[in-house]
Every structure is written in structure tokens, then in C-alpha cells.
Design a protein around this ligand. Structure first.
Ligand code: ADE
Length: 356
């Protein structure tokens, strides 16, 4: 009968939320556009990283039309550092789709939202419930953790069975007259009280008396998530190449239109861990003249399915007369303002900004 007890405690959760909801920028003027942007940014990204990006994004692109019309290079610059760049591309695709349908605003129902690129069940549920009070759940990782603990259910939350089960439970719990508030309250609880691993602050939780995991002392073991597959390790050699001009410029390269980090900019880099001789040969082949190569500290970047283990060299180059396709030279200022260079290269960007 624990589900009934959970249901009976929902009003206490809503009161808790009224008192404890954080003042977040998208909560102050929760238009569908702003909520959508925030929900997409918040997937896979910590709230502290999202806030400054969110402000800059909605200032430059205050509505769907501005988002649809911005050039992709500039759009990606606004996403720099957030990762999962296909989210930004899908935002623009969705904005263009809405305009192509003759509308200026997002659709107002869960079913219609779900048809747009990049909008899945979670985002459609969040926008439809928060902005239009549609009685639908919005189940993200926080909600899965809260529900698995409340019910003491050790079904793998990432398995199809787990997702189905916990989504169905969330659906039964959403109150008809406060769907948006309920969804936000459960997420807020997951982010600030029902924290992962051994960190839950059960003494602050409005559900503590009805929570199975709290009673059994099993919160630290829940939710159960099957271990992800091992990531593939790729070795790369990254080259920081600076011209001997004032102001100095750096050689950067636009990645291909498809695949990992598509259309973003990068420092020239090559498959494998190259020796100095191999690196010299690679540069000669590109028509880039260098004297000494200086070895850089190694760096690692973890993507969802791949890890890059990077070594690197720094060199001063003669300004090339011509550059191969996709390459260009940019000053530090241009790199900071115009070109999105993803966090995967953070160690090298840091080297440039602090040492060069
Ligand atoms: N995390 C992601 N979206 C959220 C929301 N709408 N409220 C609270 N936390 C969130």
C-alpha cells in the first residue's frame, strides 16, 4: 500500500516546493520558449554551468525566430562548454519546423511537442506540464532516483522495463491540478535533497515517513543502473600552432559536418600518439613550417562512448601562404568570440590562454 501513502504525501511535497524552490532564471518568466531552452540545456549539464549559458542564449535569441535565423557557427558558440552539441542543432531544427508550419510559438500540447526534433518524452512532459499544465509526467534521472527510493524498487532504471514502470508510476502520481508544480518539485527534490549515492538528506525530505528506502536504509543502493558498456579509447595528438606575428594567430580546423563534434572548431589533431618525427612529417605534408616542437602535458576527455587520450605539441610556425581546406588562422580574441572550441580541447585552450 506504499503507493497510496506516497500519493497522500504529494500535497506535502508541493508545500515543500513552494518554500524551497530555487530562484532560477527560467522560473521567473516561464514562457514555453524559455522553459524549453532551459530544459534542453539542463539535460546532461549541471545547473551552475547552465545558468550563464542560458542568460547569454536567451539574450541573443529571445524567441523562436531569432533561434531559427542565427548562423550555425554563432549558435554553436553559445553552446560552447555545454557539450552534446546536437542539442543546439536540434533546437534550431525545431524552431525552423515551427516557423515553416506558419507559427511563431511552440505547440501547446505534449503530443504536438513530441513531434519536434530533439523533443522527447521528458522535454515534452516538462514543457507541457510547466507551461500548459497538461497532466503528464516528466521523468528525468532525478525523478527516477526519487521514485526508485520511494518505492524501494531495485529494477534497473535504465532498462526498458524500469523506464516503463517508473514512468507509469509518475503518471499515476501527477496531480491533475498541479502537474507542472509536481514535476518540478520531484526534480527539485532529487537535485537538492534526494541526492545520489550516500548523500541523501532524508531529514529534510517531505517523503521521509513513507519512503521505503529510508525505512530499510537502502537509499545508497538505489536506483539500480546497469553498468554502461566500456568506452572505446582513442589516442590523439593535438597540435597548438602559433604564428610568429603580432597579434599571433593559431591554426584551427572546422570539423566535418557529420559525426562527433560536427561543425565545431578544433586545434589540428591526428589519430594516434605521434613521435616528434611523425608530427614534423605531418606538418610538412600540410605545408606548415616549424622549428622546434615542444611536448605538452597529456590530457583526457570522456565522451559518452569514447575516451580521447591526448598527447600534444606546441610550435611556432611561419604564417602559411595557403592552408588546406577547413583550416584557418585565428587570434585568441577571435577564438574566444567567434569559434566554438569544445571542452574536449580544454587543456590546450587553457595552455594557450595562460601561457601564450
Ligand atoms: N532540472 C531540470 N529541469 C528542472 C526543473 N524544471 N525543475 C527543477 N529541476 C530541474
Amino acid at each position: 500500500m506504499s503507493e497510496q501513502k506516497i500519493k497522500d504525501t504529494v500535497p506535502a511535497l508541493l508545500s515543500w516546493y513552494e518554500l524551497h524552490a530555487r530562484l532560477l532564471p527560467w522560473r521567473q518568466n516561464p514562457t514555453p520558449y524559455r522553459v524549453w531552452i532551459s530544459e534542453i540545456m539542463l539535460q546532461q549539464t549541471r545547473i551552475e554551468a547552465v545558468i550563464p549559458h542560458y542568460h547569454a542564449f536567451v539574450t541573443r535569441m529571445p524567441n523562436l525566430r531569432a533561434l531559427a535565423e542565427i548562423e550555425e557557427t554563432e549558435l554553436l558558440k553559445f553552446w560552447e562548454g555545454l557539450g552534446y552539441y546536437s542539442r543546439a542543432r536540434n533546437l534550431q531544427k525545431a524552431a525552423k519546423t515551427v516557423l515553416a508550419n506558419g507559427k511563431e510559438d511552440l505547440p501547446e500540447t505534449y503530443a504536438e511537442l513530441l513531434k519536434l526534433p530533439g523533443i522527447g518524452e521528458y522535454t515534452a512532459g516538462a514543457v507541457a506540464s510547466i507551461c500548459f499544465n497538461e497532466c503528464v509526467p516528466a521523468v528525468d534521472g532525478n525523478v527516477l532516483r526519487v521514485l526508485a527510493r520511494l518505492t524501494g524498487d531495485d529494477t534497473d532504471v535504465l532498462s526498458p522495463e524500469g523506464k516503463k514502470k517508473f514512468t507509469a508510476l509518475a503518471k499515476r502520481l501527477v496531480p491533475r491540478d498541479a502537474a507542472g508544480k509536481f514535476n518540478q518539485a520531484v526534480m527539485e527534490l532529487g537535485e537538492t535533497v534526494c541526492l545520489p549515492n550516500t548523500a541523501p538528506k532524508c531529514e529534510k525530505c517531505p517523503f521521509s515517513e513513507v519512503c521505503v528506502a529510508h525505512r530499510k536504509g537502502s537509499a545508497a543502493e538505489l536506483p539500480v543502473r546497469k553498468k554502461a558498456k566500456k568506452r572505446k579509447i582513442e589516442l590523439r595528438t593535438v597540435l597548438v600552432l602559433k604564428t610568429n606575428e603580432t597579434p599571433a594567430r593559431f591554426l584551427i580546423h572546422k570539423r566535418p559536418q557529420k559525426g562527433l563534434l560536427a561543425n565545431l572548431f578544433e586545434y589540428p589533431n591526428v589519430d594516434g600518439t605521434l613521435t616528434e618525427e611523425k608530427t614534423q612529417a605531418f606538418l610538412a605534408n600540410m605545408g606548415v613550417k616549424v622549428n622546434a616542437l615542444h611536448e605538452l602535458e597529456t590530457a583526457k576527455h570522456v565522451f559518452t562512448h569514447i575516451e580521447w587520450h591526448m598527447s600534444g605539441y606546441f610550435a611556432i610556425i611561419e604564417t602559411p601562404k595557403a592552408l588546406p581546406d577547413g583550416y584557418c588562422l585565428a587570434t585568441k580574441e577571435e577564438m574566444a568570440q567567434r569559434y566554438a572550441i569544445p571542452s574536449a580541447f580544454r587543456a590546450f585552450t587553457k595552455f594557450i590562454n595562460s601561457k601564450l
